[in-house]
Design a protein around this ligand. Structure first.
Ligand code: RNT
Ligand code: ZN
Length: 407
């Protein structure tokens, strides 16, 4: 008996059909961020990431051109099993010199790229790394000219999202994250938030096709240089999203370190039909380390599975420049998928029953027992069926030698 067959029998003893699990895992799409490949720099203003986010590290081989980034993402597609979407940011526009006026034509090459590889595209306006971010503010700026600039950017981005949805015949998720905030205690907290609300209202008053384009709003607790106050806080974000038919997005780096996103999913889904995740690994702060196959990532995925994978859209968001970026990219996506696999392999009905019967002793023992089951054999079978090699490290080292090191 091979290892998969033997693991399949072990899971069957827990009432888990690994064939069903593998089918679900294959079908679950991960929206993979484009920005791990080039430290969030993009191709328009070419400024290093700002607005409270920072990429640290100086590993050689960063993608400098759309062609390089596309070639690197091909490696990600090659070594990550399952369905993937590519999540682009507005600053990845090609041949665009005005952030405000970003147009579908600047993404023609990305659409061609996606079509050739049979993947779909998601999108993000880019409200950071740009000279029109004035004193750290965009949509909440007291300066009307600044607000208007970014409102127009937001509307133009909705048009790009519509273009993606039309061209690829699939819903496009477009995420709004604004870095707006203050370093020190503000004298006025509600003013910027009311201006933010009004600006978002103006953006979403553009009559985009609600069936094709799904905007999401991402909250944050603080960023580097904006430690005291963030305009789009968790409360602002959820309240805006719930009262405006916008999907809430939670990034697990955007809360105080002991707050767990795994605990927030079910709360949000009592009120919202659907939500989106930015899966990352915060290390003491929103450091955006590569996603690890760790407790919290597994716990987040368990909640996504328990609440329904049709309700939780999974996207990745990390950027590490201290190691080979392509390897980092693949490792994080694979770990997200491994955590998802772990969650799918859980006998959730049985565990729920133990909880409802208040048999917390058995529940604890079972939780621990499950950790030792042969998930690795199921993962390897997944890779085999998806025609993906397990060993990406040697291939990426080779790619580094032949391609990345010559950049
Ligand atoms: C920043 C947010 C946001 C960004 C991307 C690049 O803290 O997490 O999602 O990482 O827009
Ligand atoms: Zn994020």
């Amino acid at each position: 008996m091979n290892r998969y067959e033997s693991a399949k029998e072990i899971y069957a003893q827990y009432g888990i059909d690994t064939e069903e699990v593998l089918k679900k895992l294959t079908e679950c799409t991960i929206s993979v961020h484009c920005w791990q490949g080039d430290d969030v720099v993009g191709f328009d203003s070419r400024m290093a990431a700002s607005g409270g986010i920072q990429t640290t590290g100086n590993y050689p081989g960063r993608a400098n051109t759309p062609e390089e980034l596309m070639a690197d993402f091909d490696k990600v597609l090659e070594f990550c099993p399952g369905k993937k979407r590519l999540n682009l940011h507005a600053n990845y526009a090609i041949d665009n010199d005005s952030r405000k006026d970003v147009k579908p034509e600047h993404f023609k090459k990305w659409v061609e790229y996606a079509k050739k590889r049979n993947i779909k595209l998601d999108f993000n306006p880019t409200f950071f790394s740009h000279p029109m971010v004035k004193d750290g503010l965009t949509l909440s700026s007291p300066d009307k000219e600044v607000r208007d600039y970014w409102i127009e950017h937001g509307i133009n981005c909705l048009k790009v999202a519509e273009y993606f949805a039309d061209e690829l015949n699939e819903t496009c998720y477009i995420n709004f994250w604004m870095p707006d905030g203050y370093k020190d205690y503000p004298a006025d907290r509600i003013g910027p938030r009311l201006r933010m609300k009004e600006s978002l209202d103006k953006i979403f008053s553009y009559s985009y096709d609600h069936k094709k384009v799904v905007p999401t709003l991402e909250s944050k607790v603080f960023g580097i240089g904006v430690e005291a106050y963030t305009v789009v806080s968790a409360e602002f974000c959820l309240s805006y999203a719930m009262t405006n038919g916008i999907m809430p997005l939670v990034d697990n780096g955007h809360f105080h370190p002991t707050e767990m996103v795994s605990d927030k999913i079910s709360s949000i889904l009592c009120f919202a039909d659907r939500m989106m995740l930015h899966v990352t690994r915060p290390m003491r702060w929103d450091s955006d380390h590569v996603v690890s196959y760790d407790d919290e990532t597994r716990e987040i995925m368990k909640e996504a599975v328990r609440c329904g994978l049709d309700k939780v859209v999974i996207a990745t968001d990390y950027f590490d420049a201290s190691i080979n970026r392509v390897s980092a990219w693949i490792t994080g996506v694979r770990n997200t998928q491994k955590a998802l696999l772990y969650a799918l392999l859980e006998p959730k009905e049985e565990l729920k029953k133990l909880q409802d019967e208040s048999d917390f002793t058995s529940l604890q023992v079972k939780h621990e027992e499950l950790k030792m089951l042969p998930i690795g054999d199921i993962w390897n079978e997944f890779l085999r069926r998806e025609n993906v090699k397990d060993d990406y490290l040697s291939e990426i080292k080779q790619y580094e030698k032949e391609v990345l090191s010559k950049r």
